[in-house]
Ligand binder design. Structure first.
Ligand SMILES: [Zn+2]
Length: 443
């Protein structure tokens, strides 16, 4: 965009903010965060699209959104904006987890309180959006839908959440499959999830995808075997939500994934969680992990128990999963090299030891170890995860997007582990855990 156009766009953005303030009510669509304008300056911008980073960039945020972003020379900072000098820092989009679970696991707490603290834990680790692919009850789905609907209405101190409702499986007739998808759509879920594991005849899955599409929803499939993934591709599924873990993916599969523009979510940490607790894992001493203890503590205690670790060692499945994880890791490299759209997802928040927040960071590390470049991994964890999840307002740093950002003390393109060096997390233009410049007018 030319400098003049950028200036016009910024000026228009400011006018809108002033207009909204004058009306004394939040703008209709934008996630309101007060009328203040904040400019982050002198910062390296990794925008989440895969484009080369901008050194010495400026990001202007207003009304919860990014008003302008680009090289300092191309972005004019409006008069009156609060300037925050981030020289030496790197900013990337808030991380998007395309496959997590936000579930009421701590029954001692009221459901909503538990869901909210889990979303706050994701955010503390830089994960600002979570797609919850599978709920455990209808009540839980409704609680998440309520939280989702609230998140566009006010200042946010937790990750954004979207949900599929419970995974659809084990139904007896095709009309029942269609009716269930329809009921979920009426309930206003964001997408449909199904488990492929011989629980329904293949044509039921075709009906499921067809009905989801008729209702404007994307269909996500839990798979393990190549033949399951191929069957779902044939039925028009939108997202393969786990790794293919039984054999190398053939060129025909890679070509079909691309031709149909289907996203692929590896969830490597899901399998890690099934093998790594045969002893107390080293990361239980990692200070970065220990930040999560307010939520992780209850499971840490259980996993430390010799009986639990003994159970993992004796379970014949453990060795099966160890091989499956190696195969899934190989396939991630094959698919990424082949140009398939990869989205970061973890399956965190279900079962034991799938740490919401920490495991997204471990997943990022594992994706890099699988052979993806740091830039490929960052795109998978931001822009591509948003695209695959059909969430157009998050995942990249560009004018009009939600101002969800992670500021890092070191450059993750040099070392992917630098995504853990979190300086601050911003959601809807507000800095978490600190006094954001816009706070005074937001509350
Ligand atoms: Zn899952």
């Amino acid at each position: 965009m030319s400098r003049i156009l950028t200036r016009v766009a910024v000026a228009l953005g400011i006018l809108l903010v002033i207009f909204a303030a004058a009306l004394q009510r939040p703008a209709a669509q934008a996630p309101a965060a007060g009328g203040a304008v904040t400019a982050l300056t002198g910062v390296r911008i990794i925008d989440g699209t895969g484009r080369a980073p901008i050194e010495q960039g400026t990001i202007v945020m207003a009304n919860g959104r990014i008003a302008a972003a680009g090289a300092a020379s191309a972005v004019q900072i409006p008069a009156g904006a609060t300037r925050i000098d981030l020289a030496g820092k790197t900013v990337m989009p808030g991380i998007v987890n395309a496959h997590g679970h936000v579930q009421h696991q701590t029954k001692a707490m009221p459901m909503r309180d538990d869901l909210v603290r889990r979303l706050r834990m994701y955010a503390a680790y830089g994960i600002t959006t979570v797609v919850s692919l599978g709920q455990t009850s209808n009540e839980e789905t409704n609680a998440l839908i309520a939280l989702r609907d609230e998140q566009d209405r006010g200042a946010l101190d937790r990750a954004r959440v979207y949900t599929s409702g419970a995974s659809i499986r084990g139904l007896k007739t095709e009309p029942e499959v269609r009716a269930t998808v329809g009921r979920y759509a009426d309930q206003k879920v964001d997408r449909i999830k199904t488990h492929v594991a011989n629980t329904m005849p293949p044509e039921f899955y075709g009906a499921l995808v067809d009905e989801a599409h008729k209702r404007g929803l994307r269909a996500n499939a839990h798979i393990f075997f190549l033949k399951e993934a191929e069957m779902m591709l044939g039925h028009g599924v939108d997202v393969i939500a786990h790794s293919v873990r039984d054999q190398d993916v053939p060129a025909s599969f890679i070509a079909e994934m691309k031709r149909r523009n289907v996203g692929y979510i590896p969830t490597l940490t899901r399998d890690l969680s099934l093998i790594v607790y045969d002893q107390t894992p080293a990361f239980f001493k990692d200070p970065f992990f220990l930040r999560g203890m307010p939520v992780y503590g209850e499971q840490v205690e259980m996993i430390r128990k010799p009986e639990f670790q003994d159970g993992i060692r004796k379970d014949p499945q453990t060795d099966v999963i160890r091989k499956a994880l190696a195969q899934g890791t190989r396939n991630l490299k094959l698919l990424a090299d082949g140009g398939v759209t990869i989205a970061m997802g973890t399956d965190s928040g279900t079962d034991e030891g799938r740490w919401q927040g920490y495991f997204e960071q471990v997943e990022i590390e594992m994706m890099a170890k699988a052979g993806m470049s740091p830039m490929q991994v960052i795109v998978a964890a931001t822009g591509a995860a948003a695209t695959v999840s059909k969430l157009d307002h998050v995942g990249t740093i560009a004018a009009g997007k939600a101002a969800d950002l992670v500021v890092l003390d070191a450059n993750p393109l040099q070392d992917i582990l630098n995504t853990r060096k979190i300086n601050s997390v911003w959601i809807g233009g507000r800095r978490l855990g600190g006094t954001a410049p816009s706070t005074a007018s937001a509350r």
